[in-house]
Design a protein around this ligand. Sequence first.
Ligand SMILES: Cc1cc2nc3c(=O)[nH]c(=O)nc-3n(C[C@H](O)[C@H](O)[C@H](O)COP(=O)(O)OP(=O)(O)OC[C@H]3O[C@@H](n4cnc5c(N)ncnc54)[C@H](O)[C@@H]3O)c2cc1C
Length: 375
Amino acid sequence: MAVNARAAMRQADVVVIGGGIAGLSLAARLAGDSRVTVLEAESAVGYHASGRSVAFAHYGLGNDPVRRLTALSMAELAEHAVVHPALHIAREEELAALGALEEVHRAFGCDFSRVGPAEARALMPVLRPEACAAALVDHGSLKLDTNAMLQALAARLKAAGGRLVTGARVEAIARDGAGWRIAAGGETHAAAILVNAAGAWADVIARMAGVRPIGLEPRRRTVISFAAPEGEDVRGWPFTKTVGAGLYLLPEGRGQLLASSMDQTPSEPCDAAAEELDIAIAADRVEQATTLQLRRIAHSWAGLRSFAPDELPVIGPASEAPGFVWCAGQGGAGFQTAPALSAIAAAATLGLPFPEDAAAAGLDFAMFAPARLGA
Ligand SMILES: Cc1cc2nc3c(=O)[nH]c(=O)nc-3n(C[C@H](O)[C@H](O)[C@H](O)COP(=O)(O)OP(=O)(O)OC[C@H]3O[C@@H](n4cnc5c(N)ncnc54)[C@H](O)[C@@H]3O)c2cc1C
């Protein structure tokens, strides 16, 4: 499909493609100073990865820059979150990994304690003894209200005069002297700057715009939900996660639990769905690590976590197309890094200096720039 040059034109300064946490958090920052339009293919925001997260912020995942972004984001995240402890458990052969994670918590000044198996079981009474030789309790991790985050950002965008257009799948992108023309939802949008925050589809959007892709890999992750033991109020159980690959488990309300085997199967960008085998593996991991018996899976879902080859976010202008700004590759930490990452992305979009707090945390534009990936 080509962009219809004669269709009525909607003019903006910045068009953001993607109404997930990446696109909305950036657009909300830009609106007010710039005329911003967000184009979202689906009928509601957060339909894909952002609506399928387990909504937790902690230091047990990601690489060092991702953890620095998390640390910078915690204060803002707390606006739509409650403090909920995370219990990082290690079997005997994983004690070195637990020690490394303890160092991470110390380096970031977390409120944490190292505990033995009895204390771990006091917090998480269903743990099998062989699943936990020692554990780390992070007392400051956050259970996020991701829907409230998305809705607050959409409201902020609109209050500042920005536009959010849902049901607007971008189907063609053309470059002209003044910037970009984007065909979506029967309209043509024009803007000097085009931000690619299309999640798992970010490389699809790049190709559509004639921009070199970054080699993004969407990976499917599955979550199951099941009833807690009869009569048990599990709201106080910690978010429990193995230090290595294995399992995480967390309460969802009074009588429900969520679990994932932390699968990460490469996938094409798509409306991901949970597969039977992945559901069975997650259920088996729960029964291996705990005394819980899963008689029935109440619900299951899957979503795509999208990674650049070096597993760092990709933020900044494309080297050969300066008006095309990447905001992609948030992987498994798109919510817990959104406040800091959107500030960096806003500076990159507007050509402003790197945010001071992020610079003080040892981050810079170059580590996130698409140029590092040849894009
Ligand atoms: C099971 C699971 C658990 C997770 N748990 C956590 C967690 O505990 N903490 C955490 O921080 N992160 C977590 N994540 C990761 C987090 O959800 C992602 O990093 C984040 O949602 C990515 O946001 P995004 O906006 O880049 O992508 P998305 O939310 O996928 O948004 C991209 C949007 O672009 C739109 N789009 C694509 N193509 C077009 C087009 N052509 N035209 C218009 N729009 C288009 C899509 O419709 C989509 O809405 C988890 C992810 C999964 C799957």
